[in-house]
Design a protein around this ligand. Structure first.
Ligand SMILES: Cc1cc2nc3c(=O)[nH]c(=O)nc-3n(C[C@H](O)[C@H](O)[C@H](O)COP(=O)(O)OP(=O)(O)OC[C@H]3O[C@@H](n4cnc5c(N)ncnc54)[C@H](O)[C@@H]3O)c2cc1C
Length: 468
């Protein structure tokens, strides 16, 4: 599938430059403090402000408000109220389904709001809603601090945190939203709220705040002392059939149960090849860790050691490929263990083996995530998260990849997989409110929707609905 890189370099070069420009231009050219520039499709800067990581999304807003301050955001929301425009909110632009854009409405783009401030005494970070993960990493690591988050450098801190946010460090320290201490938000009413006075708002923004109630303008997060060293390994198994892949996945699930919290692992099937990633910020000689290593070594064809390096050197290895890309990715569900998934595997693996460009991945969660603070994130008891990915280079392959992804979704649903990660959305999930939030949390989010956005101004295809 990795010929896609060559394709993207040529076919999507122009759009890629546009996206790269958008990061620089929006960061560098922040207008005056209370500014808000309204851009129409024919205006210079509109394409940059609209650019998404997913190159398949064709949604076309009527206006984009490029905001550089909370006052600018408020101005944009008040204008939308006056004109009865629906509002979508965009930060890093990585929503798989393009939920940060809308058709024929207003998009509030906060990318220029990328200030970062650290209280050196308490380690509390105050971040503008437009910051991207690489900015945050660079800023904090230069000061000996760290925020556990996702891997891809251009993902927006706001979108990631408001939906949860997991990565290589979540088992040790919890989700990114578990580090959230406060948000400021311009609600759908145009009023400014600070969650320091409204604990329910903080609760909602820990996993249920993506484009539902208003525009979050600022996030306050507790950071950690940066770990110094990071170790990683890769195991590879080749030419697997569905039965062999199933056996290897079972071995992996079993081995992960003894992993220390410092460790993370991902099991990734791409066609007939499985790659297993193992990382730790702890000691590689810890017992559960060495047991995992020994077991996987004997069940795979090739084991490679990337060594132990300073964290700052390791992180860019996981920054991923630049966008835009052509793909259809979505959650493949939360699992408590292998048994949750077993019934679906023959059919799921048949799809991955048959359709080129399909990837099925399972990541470890668990550890500190289980003990996180109260919030709308509803999946703390699940120790694993699945993701399915479909990539293509030639647009002519889109239909068959998307169809295969749909069949995988069906196989998983048939096996009883019901819970999904809101940051890996799929417009085709039938009961998305319960899948993303659980029924109880969704009802509570609906109550908050009535308070913060009673006219349902802030909305997208899977935003929290007003209560009936
Ligand atoms: C390449 C790639 C790698 C990823 N890696 C990880 C990972 O390692 N871990 C992980 O947990 N997730 C990961 N994700 C998923 C990611 O967390 C979500 O896509 C996230 O929502 C993206 O946030 P964004 O700000 O970049 O996107 P956007 O598209 O701008 O926004 C995403 C959603 O958040 C809402 N939103 C954004 N800003 C605000 C705001 N200021 N106020 C209110 N709502 C807002 C939008 O309305 C939209 O609904 C990855 C995604 C991609 C494409």
């Amino acid at each position: 599938m990795h010929t896609r890189r060559a394709f993207l370099q040529t076919t999507l070069a122009a759009t890629s430059a546009l996206l790269a420009d958008s990061l620089g231009a929006e960061k560098g050219a922040a207008p005056a403090a209370d500014a808000c520039a309204f851009l129409a499709p024919e205006d210079e800067g509109f394409a940059v402000a609209r650019a998404l990581y997913n190159g398949c999304i064709e949604t076309q807003p009527k206006w984009i408000a490029r905001c550089a301050s909370e006052a600018g955001v408020r101005h944009a929301v008040l204008r939308a109220i006056e004109k009865a425009w629906p509002v979508a909110v965009k930060a890093g632009g990585h929503s798989f389904e393009g939920l940060s854009l809308n058709d024929d409405g207003l998009v509030v783009n906060v990318a220029a709001m990328n200030d970062l401030r650290l209280d050196a005494k308490t380690g509390v970070l105050t971040a503008g809603a437009g910051c991207r993960l690489a900015d945050v990493n660079r800023f904090l690591m230069a000061r000996g601090r760290f925020l556990p988050a996702g891997s891809c450098e251009t993902v927006g801190l706001a979108g990631l945190t408001l939906g949860g946010g997991y990565g290589l460090f979540a088992r040790k320290w919890g989700l990114t939203c578990d580090h959230l201490r406060a948000v400021r938000m311009v609600a759908g009413t145009g009023e400014i709220h600070d969650s320091r006075n409204e604990p329910d708002l903080l609760w909602a923004c820990r996993g249920g705040g993506n484009g539902n109630f208003g525009v979050v303008t600022q996030l306050t997060l507790q950071t950690r002392v940066a770990p110094k060293l990071f170790s990683s390994w890769k195991f590879r198994a080749f030419n697997l059939n569905a039965r062999e892949a199933t056996e290897l996945l079972k071995v992996w699930f079993d081995a992960t149960t003894a992993l220390p919290r410092e460790a993370f692992s991902a099991w990734v099937m791409n066609g007939r090849q499985v790659t297993i990633l193992l990382t730790t910020i702890g000691s590689p000689s810890e017992k559960g860790f060495t047991a995992f290593h020994e077991k996987l070594k004997t069940h795979t064809d090739k084991a490679g050691d990337a060594g132990t390096v300073p964290l700052a050197k390791a992180l860019p290895r996981y920054y991923g490929e630049p966008g835009p890309q052509l793909f259809k990715n979505c959650s493949a569900g939360f699992y408590k263990g292998f048994a949750d998934l077993e019934a679906a595997l023959p059919a799921v693996f048949a799809e991955v083996l048959h359709e080129p460009g399909m990837i099925f991945q399972v990541n470890t969660l668990g550890g500190a995530i289980a003990d996180g603070p109260p919030g709308a994130y509803a999946h703390r008891e699940y120790g694993y998260l699945g993701e399915q990915q479909a990539f293509w280079e030639n647009p002519a392959h889109a239909a068959s990849r998307i169809a295969a992804a749909g069949r995988i979704r069906g196989h998983l649903a048939q096996a009883g997989i019901r819970r999904h990660y809101v940051n890996y959305p799929d417009l085709a999930f039938p009961d998305w409110p319960a899948a993303y939030y659980g029924e109880e949390n969704y009802r509570r989010l609906q109550t908050l929707k009535r308070i913060y956005d009673p006219q349902n101004l802030i909305r997208h295809a899977q935003s929290v609905r007003l209560p009936a």
